[in-house]
Design a binder for this molecule. Structure first.
Ligand SMILES: [Zn+2]
Length: 84
């Protein structure tokens, strides 16, 4: 899902740091170097970012289908056909 706005344990605001963290890691830095550069010192905050899995792009096609089961069924079929 979306990155939690705050660390679950200490409450530090993490959401604005997550894209910067991804950018640093993509540029070739290790996660530890990225954490140090962004000032994320606590293990709880590091855990929150490292354990996060972005799933929102997978779920976006299913938005707005709660009241239209036939559309949901079609989307689910199309989604799983694309995954094979
Ligand atoms: Zn924390």
């Amino acid at each position: 899902m979306l990155i939690p706005v705050r660390c679950f344990s200490c409450g530090k605001v993490l959401a604005p740091l997550y894209p910067k963290f991804l950018e640093l890691v993509k540029s070739g830095k290790s996660p530890e170097e990225a954490f140090n550069e962004l000032g994320i010192d606590r293990y709880c905050c590091r855990r929150t970012i490292l354990a996060h899995v972005d799933l929102y792009k997978d779920l976006l096609p299913f938005g707005g289908t709660l009241n239209r089961p036939e559309r949901l069924k079609k989307l689910v079929q199309r989604y799983f056909e694309g995954k094979k």
